[in-house]
Design a protein around this ligand. Structure first.
Ligand code: HEC
Ligand code: HEC
Ligand code: HEC
Ligand code: HEC
Ligand code: HEC
Ligand code: HEC
Length: 504
């Protein structure tokens, strides 16, 4: 049977359009069938089925009428066709065929594209898409994310949130990012704080509302000192997240800052993860304000800076809820605790820490450096151990390489150096950006305190064989390990000496 069509359809352009559209349609149907039957997670395939192929199909369909128009024009010139609009005469079988093909085709297309765009929406919201599409770019965040307590929370829950407005906004900025990836013009490491991150109120607070009371919790930290024995040094802290008892609510403790009666704002001339220069505390009950500064008030000097004031939200402290890159000092401790690195290898910690002073160009060079440094060290310094405990050395090398690959990402330059964690104060300024005894109110009556007991109390500390103990209601004064005296550790910020490697 021959389907007759209007003469204007007989042109090369429309023919090409029809071919492209048909091939795309068949490929889409074919791939959907395959992915439904055989694949559980078709991440890249989804990209083809719902984004790439439909674009080709629509492109092909657009070309068909363009070809017909051009053809009509040339037919008019040669006088075959009269002027004016085409006459659609349904009694003429050619026009009838064209009409039915067009209407039925369009209906099917619209139906498919409705399903397609819904699938495309889901695809671009999926963790696989966010975490693996630009594989090397998002690799560090994806790995850290999978090791975090939010590994089951979709990327978009924190980065986009709900609502059409933020969806379009994020897809537009995503487009700009895709161009940056294709042209390789993005920054490494990706700079933070992220400026257009959706406010915590609309993301974190969807799951953790600020009114949720968290009581005090006990933290048990295990460290190993950079000495010959890699001696263990433990610290047990009672963290004052909320008040000591639930009835006290948020009147004190770390979550006081997000209390509904309190508003904290800050301004930083440089990177707010490093240093804060101005803080305003507003008591929302009585409207009273206290402004704390180090020396001069940077906002009085230049009122333009008002625009850079940041309100303290969850992310002011929890800026690494999902992508925390541990420093070598800490990730080595973790792996010693699990037994994957043997504590019995003398000087293991202090010797391996120096490796991380290097900038690696790739994970392979890092692995090679780790392997050769450790082997050479024991071969030269402890030949007996090197020959008798080769297996343990090999296992520890493996453990160290593995943990390194979860925390340091040479290609994207992502590591503890690039991404400070603002909770705490050991390796980064963190809480001490404000709590440093130097941020003072104008009348000098108030100071943001560095008192070691306002945020936590120490319940026990020291080597587990010889642990100094307090009890649950009392607190121990902090004892710094080694021979660092109080006038040294207390006069500086901890992070002045603790840079994630060997503390100086
Ligand atoms: C629990 C919330 C949360 C989830 C889930 C989450 N992120 Fe993030 N992400 C953040 C926060 C907070 C920041 C840091 C913001 C800042 O410092 O300005 C961030 C930062 C980033 C950055 C900037 C670079 C960096 O390391 O700071 C990238 C890229 C990123 N996230 C990608 C992802 C991807 C991909 C996923 C999913 C695999 C994901 N995020 C899941 C909260 C989240
Ligand atoms: C979709 C829900 C969801 C969103 C959005 C979310 N979280 Fe969580 N978060 C959770 C769940 C569930 C847990 C508990 C995990 C557990 O108990 O192991 C958790 C645990 C935490 C913890 C305690 C564990 C830890 O890692 O220290 C913190 C802190 C936290 N979230 C902060 C945040 C911040 C900050 C944001 C916003 C950037 C955020 N969360 C966004 C669901 C969410
Ligand atoms: C942007 C500045 C800023 C940062 C960063 C900051 N704080 Fe505060 N904090 C304040 C101010 C201001 C006060 C009130 C000081 C006063 O009493 O005059 C305060 C008070 C407190 C209090 C005492 C509440 C009470 O009355 O019992 C605790 C506990 C606390 N902060 C914990 C933390 C912890 C933990 C961190 C880090 C995770 C932190 N803060 C980071 C500004 C800050
Ligand atoms: C001033 C700093 C600060 C701010 C702002 C802050 N937190 Fe926290 N939060 C802390 C500290 C400190 C802890 C205890 C962490 C630890 O033990 O390491 C904590 C613990 C938590 C925990 C874990 C509780 C548990 O039982 O382990 C969750 C969940 C949490 N915060 C969520 C939030 C959310 C959501 C927001 C914003 C609404 C927020 N925090 C704002 C400092 C802060
Ligand atoms: C403004 C609040 C605040 C003040 C003041 C403060 N700390 Fe902390 N400190 C924290 C938080 C929060 C953590 C937990 C960090 C984390 O979750 O990793 C912490 C952790 C610690 C740890 C355990 C670190 C680790 O990784 O094992 C020690 C030790 C410590 N603090 C000592 C001190 C000493 C000594 C002082 C007094 C000079 C002090 N802190 C003052 C908030 C504070
Ligand atoms: C003057 C430099 C200096 C300052 C400041 C300093 N430390 Fe240390 N810290 C060291 C050195 C050096 C070691 C290693 C001690 C050893 O070899 O036994 C160390 C080790 C530690 C350890 C045991 C292992 C580890 O690093 O986790 C803890 C915990 C610690 N310091 C906490 C703190 C805290 C908390 C502060 C701030 C209140 C602080 N230090 C300030 C130099 C310093």
């Amino acid at each position: 049977m021959r389907i007759k069509l209007p003469p204007s359809t007989q042109n090369w352009l429309s023919l090409i359009g029809i071919t492209i559209a048909l091939i795309s349609l068949f490929m889409i149907i074919f791939l959907i069938t395959i992915s439904q039957l055989f694949l559980t997670k078709g991440n890249y395939l989804g990209l083809f089925i719902y984004i790439v192929l439909p674009s080709f199909m629509i492109g092909g369909l657009i070309v068909i009428p363009i070809g017909m128009l051009i053809k009509r024009k040339s037919m008019k010139k040669t006088g075959i066709r009269p002027d004016g609009w085409p006459i659609i005469n349904l009694n003429d079988s050619r026009y009838r065929n064209a009409f039915f093909i067009f209407t039925i085709g369009t209906t099917i297309l619209l139906f498919l594209s409705a399903i397609g765009s819904y699938q495309a929406f889901h695809l671009t919201e999926s963790i696989e898409f966010c975490g693996t599409f630009c594989h090397s770019v998002m690799h560090p965040e994806y790995v850290a994310y999978n090791n975090s307590s939010h590994a089951r929370v979709a990327c978009v829950e924190c980065h986009v949130g709900s609502g059409v407005g933020w969806y379009t906004k994020s897809k537009l900025s995503g487009l700009h990012q895709i161009i940056a990836v294709i042209t390789n013009s993005y920054e490494k490491p990706i700079p933070t704080p992220i400026e257009d991150l959706r406010p915590a109120r609309e993301t974190c607070e969807q799951c953790h509302w600020p009114g949720k009371f968290y009581p005090n919790t006990i933290r048990h930290e295990k460290h190993n000192l950079p000495d010959k024995e890699n001696s263990e040094w433990d610290i047990h802290l009672r963290m004052k997240i909320g008040g000591a008892i639930a009835a006290k609510g948020f009147d004190n403790g770390a979550h006081w800052h997000i209390n509904s009666k309190v508003k904290i704002e800050y301004y930083a001339a440089g990177n707010p993860n490093e240093e804060i220069d101005w803080v305003r505390y507003t008591n929302l009950n009585n409207g009273k304000e206290i402004i704390y500064t180090k020396d001069e008030n940077p906002l009085k000097e230049n009122p333009e800076n008002e625009k850079k004031i940041i309100e303290m939200t969850c992310i002011g402290c929890h800026n690494r809820p999902s992508h925390n890159y541990l420093a070598p000092f800490d990730f080595i401790d973790q792996v010693i605790a699990t037994g994957e690195i043997a504590r019995e290898l003398p000087e293991f910690k202090s010797m391996t820490l120096d490796i991380f002073d290097n900038e690696f160009t790739s994970m392979d060079t890092a692995a090679t450096l780790i392997r050769t440094t450790i082997n050479n060290f024991y071969e030269e310094e402890y030949p007996e151990i090197y020959s008798s405990k080769k297996e343990i050395i090999d296992k520890s090398i493996k453990g160290l390489i593995e943990t390194t690959s979860k925390n340091i990402f040479p290609i994207m330059k992502a590591s503890w150096k690039a991404y400070p964690n603002n909770i705490g104060h050991l390796n980064y300024p963190g809480c001490f950006r404000c709590h440093n005894n130097e941020m003072v109110s104008e009348d000098e009556e108030h100071v943001i305190s560095k008192d070691c007991n306002i945020c936590h109390t120490i319940l026990a500390q020291g080597n587990p064989q010889n642990l100094m103990m307090g009890n649950i209601n009392s607190q121990l004064p902090f004892k710094h390990p080694g021979d660092v005296e109080e006038d040294e550790w207390n006069e500086n910020l901890c992070s002045d000496c603790h840079d994630g490697l060997n503390p100086q």
